[in-house]
Design a protein around this ligand. Structure first.
Ligand code: SAM
Length: 218
């Protein structure tokens, strides 16, 4: 997959590229490119935003700036899947992640301050996604959230089997994952369920599915 992120703060992504799971697939399953709107802005002095028409506080990311950034990378090609990260977008869910992870190429647009000129979302994007019903200061964290969630679904990102029985997976009927325990078997009188120590994999699987269903029903 080729994943392009347009941002005013490309260096914010540096730490992520050094960590698993992203580091495990970077350069093989994932081609990650970071673009700064300032590098291609047609305006002077690296300007990318402007005051809102109609007045009000804050600065708005300009449509001509974003169009220039996209043109510089994609030229006339119009089949690119371009996603605006905005609190007003459709909610990010695991089902959305699975769909995005199957795409050969994606473009994420982030903004800061008051957000996007509406024409960016309407005319330059094919989708708009929110990572939750709250407002962050910029699209970099939302882009990283989406990036991390997508990367986990790419081949080789996780160790074998660890992505199959997770919360929201088909294996758990779309519900929450069952509880996990590790050593010690007893701590301050808090014990581990006997079935997990039984060595009976059939019973363990049945117990886990039951716990998953119970958690998901509440
Ligand atoms: C301060 S926010 C703008 C909020 C906008 N004025 C509003 O009220 O909807 C600046 C930028 O951060 C990003 N952002 C903030 N919260 C987000 C969220 N929940 N999901 C996705 N992106 C978000 C978007 O790129 C947004 O344009």
């Amino acid at each position: 997959m080729r994943l392009d992120v347009f941002t005013q703060v490309p260096h914010a992504f540096a730490w992520m590229t050094e960590q698993r799971p992203l580091a495990a697939v970077l350069g093989t399953e994932l081609d990650l490119r970071l673009f700064n709107y300032r590098d291609t802005t047609p305006l002077r002095a690296g300007q990318v935003d402007d005051e809102p028409y109609g007045g009000g506080a804050g600065m708005v990311l300009r449509v001509d700036v974003v169009a220039a950034a996209l043109d510089a990378v994609y030229g006339e090609s119009s089949d690119q899947r371009v996603i605006a990260l905005t609190p007003q977008g459709r909610p990010l869910t695991q089902a959305v992640v699975e769909d995005l992870a199957a795409a050969p190429a994606l473009t994420l647009l982030s903004s800061r301050f008051e957000g996007f000129d509406e024409r960016i979302v309407t005319h330059l994007c094919s989708d708009a996604i929110s990572i939750g019903p709250y407002v962050l200061s910029g699209g970099e964290l939302p882009a990283m959230v989406l990036l991390d969630a997508i990367v986990r679904r790419l081949p080789g990102a996780l160790s074998d089997g660890s992505g199959e029985n997770e919360s929201f997976s088909d294996a758990l009927e779309g519900g929450f994952e069952y509880p996990h325990y590790t050593r010690p078997a007893e701590f301050r009188g808090w014990t581990v369920p006997d079935v997990l120590l039984s060595g009976d994999h059939g019973k363990v699987d049945a117990w886990r599915l039951l716990r998953s269903r119970e958690r998901s029903a509440t």
